[in-house]
Design a protein around this ligand. Structure first.
Ligand SMILES: NC(=O)C1=CN([C@@H]2O[C@H](COP(=O)(O)OP(=O)(O)OC[C@H]3O[C@@H](n4cnc5c(N)ncnc54)[C@H](OP(=O)(O)O)[C@@H]3O)[C@@H](O)[C@H]2O)C=CC1
Ligand SMILES: CC1=C(/C=C/C(C)=C/C=C/C(C)=C/C=O)C(C)(C)CCC1
Length: 306
């Protein structure tokens, strides 16, 4: 990326980066990577909603907190928590904001509770909106800054049994694409990072019904069978093709360091053929057919096992 490797930068010249969702996964790894930078080019504000989970980040950094790191409490669903975090940064320049906090929700639409859907949108969409709102005015007045948002391949194309999650990430895409247009004259670059499956706590944390559980009982047998097949695919994709967190970090580092980052950066080409098919057929029918046939084998739900 063309940055000097040595000597260490004086504190005032460091690039300041605030990241949400640093208790695990991508946020934790990115915060650790930037805070441990050999030339100390960054000052990292690693935020998390539950500070009791901060130990994992410190462990990653060898047990002590370097002067390149500050851990702050920030729950993106809580305006008071956001205001307090913004207050702690007041008077300091924020160069890069990484909206990374996110949660998942999987399963037949009929099983998604009102509460689960509201929580999902509150974190994935409104959480990103609130976080950007908290830090944008200062970036605008400086006419400089970068905003990086953890979106998903599920923000670009519909995935079976991920309807509400994809809806939240499609919304994030619309939010950011619209905002990027207005931010151009302010010299603020906005980048959406499109990850595919990554080995993090995401899968363990996501809400999903057990295919044999009580939430599925009222559901028709055909949908239950389709869901069972999807889970089978999902498991094998996570086993065989999911990326390690370290593999997706270069995409974030590029978005932080590049003089002119694009609106979208993908960490994986896993779904690229289906994505191209979706773009080449704007009415969407070819995509729906191809995804259906790929996942469910083109036959009836009660047909052969995958
Ligand atoms: N892993 C994957 O396969 C993919 C993930 N993504 C996206 O990447 C991002 C990071 O996820 P990933 O690292 O994989 O998953 P993790 O579950 O490991 O990390 C999610 C982070 O978000 C935090 N979080 C959840 N709710 C809130 C909240 N209300 N306020 C602040 N933080 C919150 C979690 O904190 P806590 O520990 O307190 O719950 C955690 O730190 C998400 O936006 C996700 O949608 C995109 C594509 C694929
Ligand atoms: C690759 C692939 C599949 C699996 C995709 C998965 C498992 C995506 C997970 C995405 C996540 C976790 C996004 C988080 O934001 C399908 C649909 C089975 C069939 C088509 C090819």
């Amino acid at each position: 990326m063309g940055w000097p490797r040595w000597p260490a930068l004086p504190a005032m010249e460091r690039t300041t980066v605030l990241i949400t969702g640093c208790s695990s996964g991508i946020g934790l790894a990115l915060a650790a990577r930037l805070a441990a930078d050999a030339a100390r080019r960054f000052k990292v504000y690693a935020t998390m909603r539950d500070l009791a989970k901060g130990e994992r980040l410190l462990e990653r950094l060898g047990g002590c907190c370097p002067d390149t790191l500050e851990v702050l409490q920030l729950d993106v669903t809580d305006p008071c928590s956001l205001a307090a975090a913004a207050q702690q940064l007041q008077g300091q320049r924020l160069d890069v904001l990484v909206c990374n906090a996110g949660v998942g929700l999987m399963g037949p639409l009929e099983t998604c509770s009102d509460q689960a859907m509201k929580t999902l949108f509150d974190v994935n969409l409104f959480g990103a909106v609130r976080t950007i709102q908290a830090f944008l005015p200062a970036m605008k007045s400086r006419r400089a800054g970068r905003i990086i948002v953890s979106s998903s391949i599920g923000g670009l194309q519909g995935l079976p049994f991920n309807a509400v999650y994809c809806a939240s990430k499609f919304a994030v895409e619309g939010l950011c694409e619209s905002l990027a247009i207005v931010l151009r004259p302010f010299n603020i670059h906005l980048t959406l990072v499109e990850c595919g499956p990554v080995h993090t706590s995401f899968l363990a944390n996501l809400q999903r019904p057990d295919p044999e559980g009580s939430e599925m009982r009222g559901l028709d047998a055909e949908t239950r069978e389709l869901y069972r097949r999807y889970l089978w695919h999902c498991q094998s994709i996570f086993r065989d093709a999911a990326q390690e967190v370290e593999e997706v970090l270069p995409v974030f580092l590029e978005a932080i360091g590049s003089p002119s980052p694009p609106l979208r950066c993908a960490s994986t080409h896993l779904l690229a053929p289906l994505w191209r098919l979706r773009l080449s057929n704007p009415d969407g029918s070819a995509y729906v057919r191809a995804m259906h046939d790929f996942v469910f084998g083109g036959g009836e739900a009660s047909g052969d096992q995958p």
